[in-house]
Every structure is written in structure tokens, then in C-alpha cells.
Design a protein around this ligand. Structure first.
Ligand code: HEM
Length: 496
């Protein structure tokens, strides 16, 4: 009798478990259901995905599910695209159909962007177009072109070189030096001046940037702390706006007659004052804190930080970079953006850095604004779509030894940079592509070139006392991928 009861209990437990555990296997691939792994009822695939590096799990799944598949994490359904063909089709060929941004179940992004008021989170409408145009114009200043970027970056670069020199060949972690100088580039772009760490505005901007990174990171830990941080970010945002407005007015007094006002902050204020502009303070405040300060600092500073980690372990790459800068620039003058064309190895190293690191591995989530078809598979309007740039940049079916750092993959037999139509260049999209391409692509590439070439002109970079892996599979994921802390030794070169 006891055995009989036991078997009833076991049977009931088995029925209950099967009700919540749906078959873990490949789902049916029909037009309506994209390939997927079935997961738990309610939780979906939550326990099958590496929460801190989801792109690594998605990359694995591509082998089995193909380049277009769906994933369910709790109540959120995502479509993941992995191959070059699928990503190019979605971002470029059908770019307009995928130009939306999701607004459901993104509480943290909603608060930090002040209800989707920035360029990154606005839907593809006139306001976003206007804001993008103002920022682009001030970043590039079309006719004087690269000169503005060079002026902003060189300022920052001199500080960086001085700080490196000041370490007197002792082992040090370059993270803060890089971070402060990159942040100051963004402040120069906004306000036309640099700040020291102890100035209140700079301190608040840094607090906002670092708080937003922590609040938006993928880690599921410290949920309560994240809520508190988000509350603080809302306060900081309006304080930063007020202080920047005051700082801009002070700057107005210093402008000489006839002098061109190159500050982004002035251009944004002028646009706000225009009748019928459709812009509000909320938009400008959000653009400054998130599109410029947050997006512009974390990406570039993490790229440079990883570059130093990589270069300290790849002396052969370093020697080639130094040979090139010595030959083209020499030691008597500073590096200029006009040197780029004559420095293919440095450019190839930059492209390889962007491929290898794939700092924004899944892009910013897109939303399909109409029913459409990708690689023969139906994607419904309103789907959240993630482009797995990380997979595309490390796909073993396309790249030879994708986990090795080899600038040569972007050089032709004649030693020149391969053309933009070369398959290796086409398979490289670190800034996305199409209507939602990164706002700061030109600025980021130019800054990286100037810093890399100038550092190689002045220093030998050697490993320091603390090491961290630079293999892209082992990077940490905050808001963007980054290297764990490490140290280097910066030895000034004899020729300088
Ligand atoms: C190495 C440096 C950088 C990398 C790798 C990078 C990468 C990216 C990527 C992958 C996207 C998403 C594109 C998409 O949604 O498909 C993006 C968007 C964006 N980035 Fe960057 N970025 C960098 C630097 C910058 C800088 C310096 C700025 C600011 C000046 C910036 C501002 C933005 C903005 C505002 C967007 C949203 C564009 C939109 O939705 O229209 N980024 N970036």
C-alpha cells in the first residue's frame, strides 16, 4: 500500500514538472516560429543563457539554430541575427524596417534616457534626425573637417602623454588616466574647455557616467543598489544640465568678436530657442548625458585600455607600429590625421582592435517597425532584434584564427590597407551600419588613430606587475566589453 502511495506522489510530481519544463530541444522552424531552444515555462531560456556574456551563448547556438533564431528570457522575446548576410540585410538593405528601438520592459534605459528622449532611444522620427544632425555637424564641422576632431583630441593627448611620462617607468594601471582624458574630450566637444578631476561639474559628469554603466550592466546582482543608483542619476541629470548651461553662458563672455562658436552645447541651445523646433530641455539634457558623455566615454576609453593590454603582450605588432610612425612622422612633430593614409599598418591595427574587441557585442537593441523577412524567415513588426556583431567578428567559418590579434588580415600583399569593398572590411561593423549607425564613428576612429600612433611614437609599452586576459572570450561585460584591471610599464623611447 505504501509503495502504491509513493508511486501516486511520484506520478503527480512528474506531471507537475512536465507542466513547467517544456521540452529542451530545437523548436519547429516554420514561418511563424523561428528556430529556438524551448525552455522553462515562465522563465523561457533564462537558465540556458550566460547572463553576463549572452553573445557567447548565442554564438554557440548559431551552430545548431542557424543565423536567425529566437530566444525567450522571462516575458521578453528576442530575435538574434548572427551571420554577416542576416545582419547586413537587417541593418542596411532593410535598415528602415529595423530602425525602431524597443520601449517595452526596458525600465532602466527608460529612466536613464528620460523617457527615451535621446538619439539612441528616440524612434526614427524628425526630432531624432534633427538632434543627430546638430551633433554630427559639431563633431565634424563639415568644411573644416578633421581639424576640429584633431584640436579636441590633441588637447587630451598631451595630458595623456604627460601622465604616462610621470609614471617614471614604474608599473601602473592606465585605466583612470585614459578615462579622464577621454571624458575631457567629450567636455571639450560640449563646452570648449577641459576640466580637472576636482571641479564639481566634472565630478558630477563622471558620477553620472559610472552610475549609468553600473545601472545598465547585464549583471543580475545588486538589483536594489541599481534602483538607488537610478534614482541618483535622475537628480544628477538635471544638476549637470543646470551647471552646463551656466558654464556655457560663462563661455559666451569669453568668445572674441567674429570667433566661431564651436561648442556643441551652444548649437543645442540655439536649436532649442528656434520656433517650432520640437525640441525640449529634456531632449538636450538626455543627449548630453547619454549620447555624448556616456556613449562617447565608455566605448573609446575601453578600446584604448584594451589596446594597451594587447600591445604590451604583442611586441611584434608594437615594433611594426613604431617603425611606421618613425618613418612617416619622425620624432620632430606631432601625429596628424592627414598622416593616416600613409600609415596602413596603424590603420589595420585599429580595425583589428575594433574586430577583436567587439565592444558593443549585440549592438543597441533594434525594433522591427513592420512585418518583414530576413534570410527567408518572417520577423513580425514590434520584435526586438539583437545583431550578434561579436559572432560576426569571430566566426570561425569566415575568419582565420579569429581569436588571434593579427592586423595583417586588413593588409594586402603590397602592404597597403585593403579596400572598403574587401570581404574582411565588409564583415567588420563595430559601429553598426545603416540608419542607426553610431553617431560617434568618425570621432572614435580619429581619436583612436591619434592616440595609438602618438603612444607608439613616444613609448615602449611593456607588461607590468598585474596581468589580465585580453582574449575576447574572457573580457568582462559592463555596459560594453572591457578588460579586467592590469598594469603596464611605459618606457619613453630614446629617439624622443
Ligand atoms: C570605439 C568606439 C565606439 C564604438 C565601438 C561604438 C559602437 C556603437 C554601436 C555598435 C552602436 C549601435 C548601432 C546600432 O544600433 O545598430 C552605437 C550607437 C551609438 N553611438 Fe557609438 N560607438 C563608439 C563611440 C561613440 C562615440 C564617441 C559617441 C559619441 C560621440 C557615440 C555615440 C553613439 C550614439 C548616440 C549611438 C546611437 C545612434 C542611433 O541610435 O541613432 N559612440 N555605437
Amino acid at each position: 500500500m505504501e509503495i502504491c502511495w509513493m508511486s501516486v506522489v511520484y506520478s503527480l510530481a512528474a506531471i507537475a514538472l512536465s507542466a513547467i519544463w517544456i521540452w529542451k530541444g530545437k523548436g519547429p522552424a516554420s514561418k511563424e516560429h523561428l528556430p529556438h531552444y524551448r525552455g522553462w515555462l515562465v522563465f523561457g531560456n533564462l537558465f540556458q543563457v550566460r547572463r553576463e556574456r549572452p553573445e557567447l551563448t548565442f554564438s554557440e547556438w548559431t551552430k545548431d539554430l542557424g543565423p536567425v533564431f529566437s530566444v525567450k528570457l522571462l516575458h521578453n522575446q528576442f530575435i538574434v541575427l548572427s551571420s554577416f548576410e542576416a545582419i547586413y540585410e537587417a541593418l542596411v538593405t532593410k535598415g528602415n524596417s529595423f530602425s525602431g528601438r524597443p520601449t517595452k520592459n526596458v525600465f532602466r534605459a527608460k529612466v536613464i534616457s528620460d523617457h527615451f528622449s535621446n538619439i539612441m532611444r528616440l524612434q526614427a522620427n524628425q526630432t531624432r534626425k534633427k538632434l543627430r544632425k546638430i551633433c554630427h555637424k559639431k563633431i565634424k564641422i563639415y568644411d573644416t573637417g578633421m581639424k576640429r576632431i584633431e584640436a579636441i583630441s590633441m588637447n587630451m593627448l598631451q595630458v595623456l602623454l604627460k601622465e604616462f611620462r610621470g609614471t617614471n617607468q614604474t608599473s601602473f594601471d592606465p585605466k583612470n588616466v585614459i578615462y579622464n582624458t577621454v571624458m575631457n574630450t567629450m567636455m571639450t566637444l560640449l563646452l570648449g574647455k577641459t576640466f580637472t578631476k576636482d571641479e564639481e561639474l566634472f565630478d558630477k559628469v563622471m558620477e553620472f557616467e559610472q552610475g549609468a554603466i553600473r545601472a545598465l550592466s547585464n549583471s543580475g546582482r545588486d538589483l536594489i543598489i541599481k534602483r538607488l543608483i537610478i534614482k541618483r542619476l535622475v537628480e544628477l541629470r538635471s544638476q549637470i544640465w543646470e551647471m552646463m548651461t551656466e558654464e556655457a553662458s560663462r563661455g559666451d563672455q569669453l568668445l572674441k568678436e567674429g570667433e566661431e562658436d564651436v561648442r556643441l552645447m551652444s548649437a543645442l541651445r540655439d536649436a532649442l530657442a528656434e520656433d517650432g523646433s520640437g525640441l525640449t530641455e529634456k531632449h538636450l539634457c538626455s543627449v548630453i548625458t547619454t549620447d555624448i558623455v556616456l556613449a562617447g566615454t565608455s566605448t573609446t576609453s575601453n578600446s584604448l585600455y584594451l589596446f594597451l593590454n594587447i600591445i604590451s603582450r604583442h611586441q611584434e605588432v608594437q615594433m611594426k607600429l613604431q617603425e611606421e610612425v618613425d618613418r612617416i612622422v619622425g620624432s620632430g612633430r606631432t601625429v596628424s590625421l592627414t598622416d593616416r593614409e600613409d600609415m596602413p599598418y596603424t590603420q589595420a591595427t585599429l580595425l583589428e582592435l575594433l574586430r577583436y574587441s567587439s565592444l558593443v557585442p549585440l549592438t543597441v537593441p533594434h525594433e522591427s517597425i513592420e512585418n518583414t523577412v530576413i534570410q527567408g524567415k518572417t520577423v513580425r513588426a514590434g520584435s526586438t532584434v539583437l545583431m550578434n556583431l561579436y559572432h560576426m567578428h569571430h566566426d570561425e567559418d569566415f575568419w582565420e584564427n579569429p581569436f588571434e590579434f593579427q592586423p595583417e588580415r586588413f593588409l594586402g600583399d603590397d602592404g597597403g590597407l585593403v579596400s572598403a569593398s574587401h570581404p574582411n572590411r565588409r564583415h567588420l561593423m563595430p559601429f553598426g551600419a545603416g540608419p542607426r549607425v553610431c553617431l560617434g564613428e568618425v570621432l572614435a576612429k580619429s581619436r583612436l588613430f591619434l592616440v595609438i600612433a602618438s603612444l607608439m611614437q613616444k613609448f615602449d609599452i611593456r607588461p607590468g606587475e598585474v596581468s589580465a586576459p585580453c582574449d575576447p572570450r574572457l573580457l568582462e561585460h559592463g555596459l560594453v566589453l572591457s578588460s579586467a584591471p592590469f598594469q603596464i610599464i611605459a618606457k619613453e623611447r630614446l629617439s624622443n
